[in-house]
Design a protein around this ligand. Structure first.
Ligand code: FMN
Length: 130
């Protein structure tokens, strides 16, 4: 059975390289674990969507929770899903546009079409903070 986790965490002022390195590690590790998802970073907080088998997600969440690059992990949603929203993404980086006006437009374009409405709404709300 497939599950989906959605969490936010706090990581003030990580460099572009540090975020890039997290994405590279994810791209290296996630395929063999059957994990897919997306990651947003707004300069202060992460939002990550993870999807895969429950046991793999739990073991990844334990690793992520102990990662010193961020703190205050708060799980916003955990649910079983029939289909993946990000089947083709080991970990998709979703960029947040500088200007508030462009953000919604870019997210409408870049967020996977398969996201359920509530998850999409939470991600949109996250992306307009700050
Ligand atoms: C916000 C955030 C998201 C992360 N997402 C993943 C992920 O999807 N997959 C992953 O393997 N590691 C992820 N990591 C990194 C893990 O915490 C951990 O450093 C990594 O899995 C160790 O892998 P390695 O032993 O191959 O270096 C993430 C870290 C942070 C801070």
């Amino acid at each position: 059975m497939l599950s989906q986790y959605l969490y936010i965490s706090t990581a003030p002022s990580l460099s572009r390289e540090e975020v890039e390195s997290i994405l590279q590690t994810s791209a290296r590790n996630n395929p063999e674990k059957g994990i897919t998802g997306l990651l947003l970073y707004n300069g202060r907080n992460f939002l990550q969507l993870l999807e895969g088998e429950e046991a793999e997600l739990i073991s990844l969440m334990v690793r992520i929770t102990h990662d010193p690059r961020h703190t205050g992990i708060s799980v916003l949603d955990r649910r079983t899903i029939d289909d993946r929203a990000c089947p083709n993404w080991a970990m998709k980086r979703v960029l947040i546009a500088q200007s508030i006006e462009d953000r919604k437009k870019m997210l409408d374009r870049d967020l996977p079409k398969g996201l359920d409405n509530e998850t999409r709404r939470i991600i949109m709300n996250f992306a307009v903070l700050n």
